[in-house]
Design a protein around this ligand. Sequence first.
Ligand code: FES
Length: 163
Amino acid sequence: MSTAGYPQWHPDAAQTLIAPIVASAPGPVLLCLQAVQSHFGYVPADAVGLVADACNVSRADVHGVVTFYADLRDAPPPAIPVRLCAAEACQAVGGRQLKADWTALCQSDTALAALTGTDEPIFCLGNCALGPAALVDGELLGCADVRRLQDAVIRAQAAGESA
Ligand code: FES
């Protein structure tokens, strides 16, 4: 799943996405934000006011939801996002070392860092038995190490180029 192919933000498209959600679900702020992010790859600042108006809540309420949930992004995602599990089970089997190694690699390889973005920690991918776990462009990796992360990035790049 490449994240580079999201359409540009457009309020009319966002309105079309959230109108049926608002009409069918009570308290749909989170559902609207998830729909916007699913379509555009992130929740632009303009979407906050749009969702607030549609759901009849304040912008501060919507902003609070955006900032509370770590999975909601307020900026476009990198082309191939890499997220390392930072929860306890993965930490116990090398997750901290993996993060340190990956960070060091990205600091020495600016092209890789630009491609994968800053690691945004994620807390448990449901793959604890095969930790440390990671997500590379949506692909779940177990027993992750730097080499496996690099290989997954290369696969995601190749899939994006052939699409
Ligand atoms: S703690 Fe990392 S996958 Fe569960």
